[in-house]
Each structure stands twice: as structure tokens, then as C-alpha cells.
Design a protein around this ligand. Structure first.
Ligand SMILES: O=C(O)CCC(=O)C(=O)O
Ligand SMILES: [Fe+2]
Length: 656
């Protein structure tokens, strides 16, 4: 069916085919299937296809600021402007993308209120922190899509021929991303014969896939409002949209959210060392998804990396964009387009090289390649500086002072690399533990030791699925953005980019938390520590992470013991995984060179203090690696020293 779609265009390249081509990615097959279906449903559209394309092109030529024209060099003036003011590359790229897609920029000062719902201004939630709200947004968008698609084919094409290239490319963008994902999820649900409970939610899939999320947020921030402004006169349409999409209940993402989405992509890629080509084509940490970004997206992502000062990734994304666009046949007809990509690419290479210094300073500039870039760029010959420093960083693991190597090692363990030496790996094993308590003899613990000194254990099947569901249910409505101890004032907690999860506390000593007590007792048996009394622990902290959310390396014990005078400090952490994570989300120990895999139902246990209970054990620096795809749920149980100093240091498996 998709071939048919292509052949409708004949071999005459048009702007329509151009944006179709730009939307394709090498090796992933045609993405036009859904679009074809939409067209077929409306019956006799094929014959009318051509006028739409032709007049669409004319419309663009006549009405846009920057002309796509052989004689008038595209964006040359703009281009020379950005060379003086480098930060505007991103804006220039956005202008270019609008141009190609036929999206008119909103008039300056226009507040796009056609369908913006409640304007909660500064109180608007940051979208990226709420996968469950984003899920609703994905659902709303599909409703908007359906209304606009029907309107497009039933009304618009008859009245205003060809003026709506922007709407056309908007509909296509949804079809090849969100709708494609929904089809995929529904298909797998069906194939797996999923019951109601374990059906995967297609909208949550969209809300937690970093590329789908970026594409959706981008459509809201860039594409939808200008389209709606142009359709304002169709009052029936607008009120239909208003009724169905209920914008008063949903706050739509804006440009700040688009920046957040781009920042998320950056955090994910940097934090888990994803290869650019693989990431762009939907591969994340072993998992291949059938979702990708197109040349225009890659162009924007490259420009964002440039703005953020990470020049190596900027060059890689721009190279991907250029390469994708160069393979498009319509480029022969519009070489001007390719020239824009090439100019941008050349510029990024130049800036990369300006920022590359062959001195030890590079230890602080991890955003460049190991060497300057020379033409022709061959991505395989260039290695990221941080990659090159992997061995050196691993060698510095035992240095307990904070230094540059911690972040590099954290990134590598987050990517699933094991940095432990042969010596350190000796004696690491899995076993069934039946000792220490009769309870375990009939129901042995599935133990694994991840590190011997200091000991880090992972214990599998420790929290049952039913209990996990109960915990999530009790937690989900109370989730709030996590905080960290204020660096300047240790008595305060503050919101910070080093910890981007949301969280809530559940109390097993309160009426509505009693269901947690069996878990607490199980933890006592496991650790041979006193945990249940409130003075021996903190309540259960339940935390949830969406894509890009992380917790940078830290130690769970307090630096300032005034935070915990009565209880003593946090001696042991027992952290449970309450979900599988599709990609990413490990718990990394950069100084130990190892990470725990987020396996639902397992708990990880380690020390935060030395055995004397007074000093922090600096070796158990750890952090929550960025979630790449999916949602990660954890629960923390922190155990305090004073209630436990008597039975210490018998601690964990003293006979191991
Ligand atoms: O999310 C993780 O894997 C680690 C969380 C953590 O270290 C904490 O909450 O203290
Ligand atoms: Fe922690």
C-alpha cells in the first residue's frame, strides 16, 4: 500500500514529495502506510492529489519570507547573521524547518490562544516530569488528529485548494510516529493475548519513548497553533475540536517544553553513551524500536547540541541529518535544501575544531571528539573524548575525592559496561540463601553479590507483583518533584537538576500503610537489622522516573549529621525496583565500576557508612542512571545506625 502511495506522485518531484522524503529514514522502510490509508478511506482523492501538491508549492513560494528558489540563495542573510551570533542557529534551523513544512511562523506578539486551553502561565507543570499527564496529552493529540484529518479531507481540499501543506505534514508526522506506535502496541497486545491488566498502554508508550515524546511536544509547540490560527474562521471546526479535545483540562506544551524535550534527548544520550546513528533510528540500550527521527528533527537536535556546547554530538547529529537528506532523490530538484544542511554541518565542524584543544584542559571539555575533524568526515574514525578516557577514568576509580572520572565512570556503568578488575570480580556469584533464619529454608533468598568490598547485594523476587501494584496505587496521586539537600544550607531541601524524579512517602506505621509491614519484616530478616521502629528508619520513599529522569551520583548518608541527630546516620540502603524499565534506569556505582539492573521485584542493598557508624563510606557513591525509555519505579528504605549499633557489624552475611 505504501508503494502505491509513492507512485501516486509520479516521478515529478514536488515539495510534497520533498517533505515526504525528508520524513523518511534510511533502512526503515516506507513510513507512508498510514497516510495512504487515510487517503483511501476518503475515496476518490487520488486524482485530486496533484493540484494539491502543485498549488501548495506555489503557495509557499508566494507567501513565505524565505524563498525556496534556486536563484535566491536560501537563508543566506540569515545564515551570515548566525555566524555573528552563534546562539541563533537553533532559531535559524527552526525557521528553515517551518519553511520546508509550510508552517507559517506565528506573527510576532500573537498569543496562540485558538486552542491553548487554560493559560496557567508560570504555574504550568513542566511536562517532562509527569509521564502520566503526558499520556493524557498523547491521547488528546490523537483526538485532535482525527478531527483535523476528517476536516482536511471533507472540507478543506474543496474550498482552499492546496494551501495546507502545513496541515498535511502535521498529519503525516503524527501518522508516522504516534499512530505507528499505537498500531505496534495494539498488535503486540493482541499477539500476546494480553489480559486487561497486562495490556501495554499505547499512550504511555508514546509518553515514555524519548523520540515520540520529542516529536509530540514539537508538534504542539511548533506546528499546531499556526495551523489552527489559519483555520480560525472555520468556527464549526474549532468548536468541534474544543468539545472533543477539551483543552481546558489539558495544558498544551509550549516552546519551553520543546527545549525540555531536546534537553531530555541530550541527557539520555550523554548519560548512557548512546550511539547517535542508533539512537536516531530508535535503538536504545539493546532495544530496537521502530521509531525514528527524520532529517529535519536531526537538524534541530544537532543545533540544540551546538547551543548546549556539546560540539561532537552536534556534528554527529548534523551529519546524520545531512546524510539522510542527501539520499533523498528530490534533492536533485532542490539542491538548495541540501546546501542548507551542508552549510550548517560545515559550520559545526568549524566550531568543534575551534573548541578543540590538545591540552589537559580537555579533561574538562568532554564534549568534543578525540581529535580535530578533517574533511571528509567519516563518523567511524572519530571517538568521543570521554570514550577515549574510559580506561584512564577507570584507573581513577579508587580515588575517593570527587574528580572528573566519576562522571565518566558513571556514564559507562549506566551504559551497562562493567569496569571491575578481574581481582574485584573474583568471588562474585549468585546463590540461594537458606541460612540465618528458618523462614529462608523453605523460601530461600535469590542472592547475587555485585561487589565484595564494600558489599553490594541484589536479591531477586523480593517484593511480589501484587504488593508492588498496591504501592504504586497508594503513591501515584501523591507524587511530587524530588528534592536534594541544599548545598549552601544543609537544613534545606531544594529542587535541582541533579535529581529529576518525582516521589512520595508511604508510612507502614500509619493505618493506610499497614500493608507494607510484611515487607519491612522481610527486610529485617534479610539484613538482620532493626528496621520497623520509626526511629530506626525513614518511611518508604517511592519514586518514579520518566525518560531522562535521573539521580546524579551521591551518598545516601548525610554529610551534615545534624540532619539525623536522634537516629544516627543512614547506615544501610535497601532499594527495591517496582518496575521493569524498557531501556536505561540502572543504579550505577561509579567508584565500584558496576551497576545493578532494574529488575522488577528485586532489591539492592549496600552500606552508606563505615562499620564504626560515624564516617561516610565514600566508596558507595551511586546514582539512578537516566531512564531512556519507559517508566522506572523504585522504593527506598533507609536504615539508621543508632537502633542497630549493637547488632553491628554482624551485618550482612558475615560468613560470605
Ligand atoms: O534510582 C536509583 O536507581 C537510585 C536512587 C537513589 O540512589 C536514591 O533515591 O537515593
Ligand atoms: Fe541514593
Amino acid at each position: 500500500a505504501s508503494e502505491q502511495c509513492g507512485s501516486e506522485q509520479g516521478d515529478k518531484p514536488t515539495l510534497q514529495t520533498l517533505s515526504e522524503e525528508l520524513n523518511k529514514t534510511e533502512g526503515l522502510g516506507s513510513v507512508g502506510g498510514q497516510a495512504c490509508k487515510a487517503k483511501r478511506e476518503t475515496g476518490d482523492e487520488e486524482s485530486e492529489e496533484n493540484w494539491r501538491i502543485e498549488t501548495g508549492l506555489d503557495f509557499i513560494r508566494e507567501n513565505t519570507m524565505l524563498r525556496i528558489d534556486e536563484d535566491l540563495y536560501f537563508g543566506l542573510d540569515e545564515y551570515s547573521k548566525f555566524r555573528r551570533d552563534e546562539l541563533s542557529l537553533l532559531e535559524l534551523v527552526r525557521t528553515f524547518i517551518r519553511e520546508v513544512k509550510g508552517v507559517r511562523a506565528l506573527p510576532l506578539g500573537a498569543s496562540a490562544t485558538v486552542l491553548s486551553g487554560d493559560d496557567t502561565g508560570g504555574n504550568k507543570p513542566a511536562w517532562c516530569f509527569y509521564p502520566y499527564q503526558l499520556k493524557n496529552l498523547a491521547q488528546t493529540e490523537v483526538i485532535i488528529y482525527e478531527v483535523l484529518r476528517d476536516f482536511y479531507w471533507s472540507v478543506l481540499k474543496k474550498e482552499r485548494k492546496g494551501q495546507f501543506l502545513a496541515l498535511d505534514s502535521y498529519l503525516k508526522d503524527i501518522e508516522e510516529s504516534s499512530l505507528r506506535a499505537i498500531t505496534y502496541v495494539e498488535y503486540t497486545n493482541e499477539k500476546k493475548n494480553s489480559t486487561f491488566e497486562d495490556r501495554e498502554d499505547p499512550y504511555l508508550y508514546i509518553a515514555t519513548h524519548p523520540l515520540l515524546l520529542y516529536r509530540m511536544v514539537r508538534r504542539f509547540a511548533e506546528d499546531l497553533q499556526p495551523i489552527l490560527l489559519e483555520l480560525e474562521e472555520y468556527e464549526d471546526l474549532i468548536s468541534d475540536l474544543y468539545d472533543k479535545a477539551n483543552p481546558d483540562l489539558v495544558v498544551f506544551p509550549n516552546h519551553d517544553d520543546l527545549t525540555d524535550a531536546l534537553e531530555s534527548i541530550k541527557r539520555i544520550q550523554e548519560g548512557t553513551n548512546l550511539n547517535t546513528l542508533e539512537f536516531a533510528t530508535g535503538k536504545m540500550d539493546q532495544l530496537q524500536t521502530d521509531i525514528h527521527v527524520n532529517a529535519l528533527h536531526a537538524l534541530e537536535i544537532g543545533a540544540y547540541y551546538f547551543t548546549a556546547g556539546h560540539f561532537a554530538y552536534a556534528v554527529e547529529w548534523m551529519y546524520y541529518a545531512l546524510n539522510t537528506v542527501s539520499q533523498s532523490s528530490v534533492i536533485e530538484k532542490y539542491p538548495i535544501i541540501e546546501r542548507f544542511f551542508r552549510k550548517s554541518f560545515d559550520h559545526l565542524v568549524e566550531v568543534h575544531n575551534q573548541n578543540w584543544e590538545p591540552t589537559s584542559k580537555n579533561y574538562w571539555n568532554l564534549g568534543v571528539f578525540h581529535t580535530k575533524v578533517t574533511a571528509p568526515f567519516e563518523p567511524k574514525s572519530y571517538v568521543l573524548m570521554r570514550q577515549i578516557m574510559k580506561d584512564e577514568a577507570a584507573g581513577l576509580r579508587k580515588t575517593l575525592d570527587w574528580n572528573w572520572s566519576v562522571n565518566v565512570n558513571f556514564m559507562h556503568v549506566c551504559a551497562g559496561k562493567n569496569l571491575q578488575t578481574e581481582e574485584e570480580r573474583k568471588g562474585l556469584k549468585c546463590w540461594l540463601q537458606r541460612k540465618h533464619n528458618p523462614y529462608w529454608s523453605i523460601n530461600p533468598l535469590k542472592m547475587e553479590i555485585l561487589n565484595r568490598d564494600p558489599p553490594v547485594y541484589q536479591i531477586y523476587d523480593f517484593i511480589g507483583d501484587k504488593l508492588i501494584e498496591k504501592m504504586k496505587k497508594a503513591a501515584v496521586d501523591g507524587l511530587e518533584r524530588s528534592t536534594v539537600v541544599d548545598r549552601n544550607d544543609h537544613s534545606r531541601s531544594v529542587v535541582d537538576t541533579t535529581r529529576t524524579s518525582s516521589q512520595v512517602w508511604l508510612y507502614d506505621d500509619r493505618e493506610n500503610g499497614k500493608f507494607l509491614l510484611p515487607l519491612t519484616y522481610r527486610m529485617e530478616l534479610l539484613s538482620q537489622l532493626t528496621i520497623a521502629p520509626p526511629q530506626a528508619c525513614d518511611a518508604y520513599q517511592v519514586a518514579s522516573y520518566g525518560p531522562s529522569h535521573h539521580y546524579a551520583p551521591h551518598i545516601d548518608s548525610f554529610e551534615d549529621t545534624r540532619r539525623a541527630v536522634a537516629k544516627g546516620n543512614r547506615i544501610v540502603t535497601i532499594m527495591g525496583y517496582m518496575s521493569h524499565v524498557k531501556a536505561g534506569g540502572r543504579t550505577g556505582f561509579p567508584l565500584l565500576g558496576v551497576a545493578a539492573e532494574p529488575i522488577k521485584g528485586s532489591v539492592v542493598m549496600w552500606y552508606n557508612l563505615k562499620k564504626n557508624g560515624a564516617e561516610r563510606d565514600m566508596r558507595t557513591w551511586h546514582g539512578g542512571c537516566p531512564v531512556v525509555f519507559g517508566v522506572k519505579w523504585i522504593t527506598n528504605k533507609w536504615v539508621y545506625y543508632n537502633e542497630n549499633f549493637r547488632n553491628f557489624p554482624c551485618g550482612l552475611n558475615q560468613d560470605e
